[in-house]
Design a protein around this ligand. Structure first.
Ligand code: TXA
Ligand code: MG
Length: 359
């Protein structure tokens, strides 16, 4: 990664009352080929003009991102789809109608106009319309689709607050828009719609069950989308890289059945106790329902199992917290892979480097 050199301008924009002069300033930076970090409803993005290959190349430099990992293109108007793709399927419009703006990314065949760098040489392009007033206005004022990966240095958890991006990316971009915490705290759901039935590339903030209801088809869930194995490069280019990872070791303790939480947490407790008896300082990422079963164990609460939206939202904050604590190892409970549970387990398994213990 390059040394920080750029003077970074920080613009605080209140999403409920966005300052138009700040947005015009940030849009001008995009138009002239610069880099702007902006909030979305999922995580912060590191954006550049998607149609300007030189600008897009700067994204990869600022993040330390490998060039073979393609970017998501963000649009503010459905008509921009026609710039990015020549023959948009009816199914895409059906999904857009229902879920855009929102945390769904679709992979489509790309048009010749999309720069090579955005798609890392693939025949396809990933597109979404973010549900955040600041993001939408920024795209609109820029007058161009904005290519943006999550605004973290490669390999780190995605930033879910202005504080995260300021800590990680100062000096690497022209503008940081700080609009506080993001709503979902986890990235968009990505489906490859060039396939029939569509293939899940990454579970995210939108549960796939909802997409299935809309298109009236079952989505194919490959093992890598569950976070159990690395993806092969041909199918999901970016998924092979280690993601979301704290620098301390993390273990995930899974069960095939979470219906008896008392029994499950007893198993988790035994495992944690064994680590502690071996002299290790442990932190346990646990749900609020099970905290009562752990005695003299340091706990990072993820929230309630009855509200997986909350757990997903707390996840990256917890992963970042692991590195700040005076501990040797983190252990996390597992969750049932339904709804957002699939997303949570994908992130936890990948963050642990597949360090999965089944009890
Ligand atoms: O919520 C989100 O999706 C956030 C916000 C900023 O929009 N963005 C985000 O981008 O998470 P990023 O770059 O961190 O993750 C995008 C993923 C990568 O794993 C990349 O490999 C995959 O999307 N991707 C992009 N274009 C693709 C394509 N044409 N085919 C397959 N996968 C693609
Ligand atoms: Mg990312």
């Amino acid at each position: 990664m390059h040394e920080p050199v750029k003077p970074t301008r920080i613009l605080r924009i209140d999403p409920s009352n966005p300052r138009i002069d700040y947005l015009i300033e940030a849009a001008r930076v995009i138009k002239y080929g610069g880099l702007v970090i902006f909030p979305t409803e999922t995580v912060y993005g590191l954006g550049a003009d998607a149609m300007n290959n030189l600008a897009v190349r700067k994204i990869f430099e600022a993040k330390g991102r490998p060039l073979d990992n393609p970017l998501i293109v963000h649009i503010s108007d459905i008509n921009q789809l026609n710039i990015l793709s020549d023959n948009v399927k009816e199914e895409v419009y059906q999904l857009a109608e229902k879920f855009w703006p929102g945390p769904l990314t679709v992979v489509l065949y790309r048009s010749e106009r999309v720069p090579y760098e955005v798609c890392a040489g693939l025949e396809t392009v990933a597109v979404r319309m973010p549900a955040h007033p600041v993001a939408l206005k920024l795209i609109e004022l820029s007058g161009t689709p904005i290519a943006a990966p999550s605004a973290n240095p490669a390999g780190k958890p995605s930033p879910t607050s202005g504080e995260h991006v300021k800590r990680d990316m100062m000096g690497r971009v022209d503008v940081i828009i700080d609009s506080g915490e993001t709503l979902y705290g986890v990235e968009s759901t990505i489906i490859d719609i060039t396939r029939d039935p569509p293939l899940l590339l990454r579970p995210g903030a939108l549960p796939i069950e909802e997409i299935e209801k809309t298109i009236k088809k079952k989505i194919v869930i490959p093992e890598f989308a569950r976070g159990l194995i690395e993806a092969s490069e041909a199918i999901a280019p970016g998924m092979k890289y280690r993601h979301y990872a704290p620098s301390k070791p993390l273990q995930v303790i899974e069960s095939s059945d979470y219906s008896n939480l008392e029994r499950y947490s007893l198993g988790v407790f035994k495992h944690v106790k064994r680590l502690m008896d071996n002299g290790l300082k442990v932190v346990l990422l646990a749900s609020s329902e099970t905290t009562q079963y752990y005695h003299e164990v340091e706990i990072l609460s993820l929230g309630s199992r009855k509200n997986l939206f909350e757990v997903a939202r707390n996840l990256y904050k917890a992963l970042r917290k692991i590195d700040e604590l005076d501990i040797d190892i983190a252990v996390s409970e597992g969750f049932e892979e339904k709804g957002l549970g699939l997303t949570i387990m994908n992130r936890l398994r990948k963050a642990s480097g597949y360090n999965i213990i089944r009890i």
